[in-house]
Design a protein. Structure first.
Length: 436
């Protein structure tokens, strides 16, 4: 809680801007790593020996979708703030928008997944359909009746159309909302008109967000095994996205606060609320995760149980147990402490820890499928079906560091473009004097 009420005189007239010269070196290093790493990754995806190409395709998918969920989460918090007409979040809304603005750039890293040379190792259903040439449905009717029944959704033209829509749709949403927000910073007569526009346009575009987080999960991740399905998959991915994007927001705000920014407009009260949201979505993620597992276990349908059977084979079960305790039990107990949620440094440690658990979560979503699928798709190249491919871990690190460096670059770039908070928003004083 602030020691004294914040007045309009304490709100900087021209806002609070990041000194880009202070982060230029970090941005330069991140850009260089992203450039070199992406170039090396493109070689491994398209020009390396086939055994390497197939293995690295899964590395790239894992890293791509992990960072995409963080960007999608930034879009979610922006939309939720506008729709709920939130007062408390005004001081940190720009961080929501900056995180969300990385979405168009992160989606570009999914372009390699549009090429058949990469798809052939990831999506067996595409190989089966391409084998049918011009008469796909008749071919499927004879070779795979299950895929034939799913053809209305799992067909190549519709898949490409959906992916293009997910990329363009949410990109236009976050670009438009951020532009509407930043334009207010220099408006000599700021009022509520832009807030009302943002609120209105955030209502129906929430549908685009919901479709994007759900169906990118279907198209990129669930499609790795076309026989498998889960009715809770979209909600599961949403829970992880909302949780860990809030972790990124906490880290960014804590960093800006420690660098002397966001003075007067943020306090321990803001971190307390963000900490409570981190706690709430930790519980929500655990609830959805358990519900998905319980329903699949109870039903005992072969097409559903395959997901957990693979991840309980070999040493993957150890990682699954670590995920249960590490992603829920540990943060649940620690985040119960109110004092910790009001302390930016302590809360940042928990936010960083949560992100590490998110890495493990998405690693378990993608990578265990690699040895199974490659051994099934091309046994003559990759050998028999195996639990894990030796040495493939290095490719996972390369892909993660490459796309991660790009994520850091575009996030820092967005942070440095405009004021760090909407200084002309009519609700900024309400937010600055937050007490909860």
């Amino acid at each position: 809680m602030a020691h004294h009420p914040v007045t309009s005189a304490e709100i900087a007239i021209h806002g609070d801007h990041l000194d880009n010269s202070k982060v230029a070196r970090v941005k330069g290093i991140a850009f260089f790593i992203a450039l070199v790493g992406t170039a090396a990754s493109l070689y491994l995806l398209f020009l390396a020996p086939e055994k390497t190409r197939g293995s690295f395709a899964y590395s790239w998918l894992f890293a791509f979708y992990f960072f995409l969920t963080l960007s999608i989460g930034g879009c979610f918090w922006t939309l939720l703030h506008n729709v709920s007409n939130s007062g408390w979040g005004t001081s940190v809304r720009r961080t929501f928008e900056n995180l969300g603005s990385t979405y168009p750039w992160m989606f570009l890293f999914g372009i390699p997944l549009l090429f058949p040379q990469v798809q052939q190792y990831l999506y067996e259903w595409m190989n089966i359909q391409r084998a049918g040439h011009g008469n796909v449905k008749e071919h499927l009717h004879h070779v795979d009746h299950l895929l034939y029944n799913k053809y209305w959704f799992m067909n190549l033209p519709f898949w490409y159309g959906r992916v293009i829509f997910w990329g363009l749709g949410l990109s236009l949403v976050i670009i438009g909302l951020r532009k509407l927000s930043t334009a207010q910073d220099t408006d000599p007569n700021p009022g509520t008109s832009r807030l009302l526009k943002a609120r209105f346009h955030s209502t129906y575009t929430l549908i685009i967000f919901a479709l994007t987080i759900t169906f990118t999960g279907f198209d990129f991740m669930m499609g790795l095994d076309y026989k498998w399905f889960s009715t809770m998959w979209g909600v599961y991915l949403f829970a992880g996205s909302a949780l860990n994007s809030m972790a990124v927001i906490i880290l960014v705000c804590a960093w800006l606060k420690s660098a002397g920014h966001l003075k007067h407009v943020t306090s321990g009260e803001h971190f307390h609320i963000m900490g409570k949201l981190l706690f709430a979505f930790t519980v929500f993620w655990a609830y959805i995760t358990f519900s998905q597992y319980f329903l699949i276990w109870y039903a005992g349908i072969t097409e559903e149980t395959s997901y957990f059977l693979i991840r309980n084979t070999g040493n993957w079960n150890i990682a699954m147990i670590a995920l249960v305790f590490g992603h829920f039990v540990v943060p649940f107990v620690i985040l119960l402490q109110a004092w910790l949620k009001k302390n930016p440094k302590a809360l940042s440690i928990m936010a960083a820890y949560t992100l590490c658990m998110h890495v493990l979560d998405h690693y378990l979503i993608t990578i265990p499928e690699r040895g199974i699928s490659l051994g099934n798709i091309k046994p003559e190249v990759f050998g028999e079906i195996q639990v894990a491919i030796p040495g493939a871990f290095w490719g996972d690190i390369l892909a993660f560091v490459s796309i991660g460096a790009a994520f850091v670059f575009f996030l820092l770039r967005a942070i440095g473009q405009h004021s760090l908070y909407p200084n002309r928003d009519p609700r900024i004083l309400e937010s600055a004097n937050l007490s909860n």
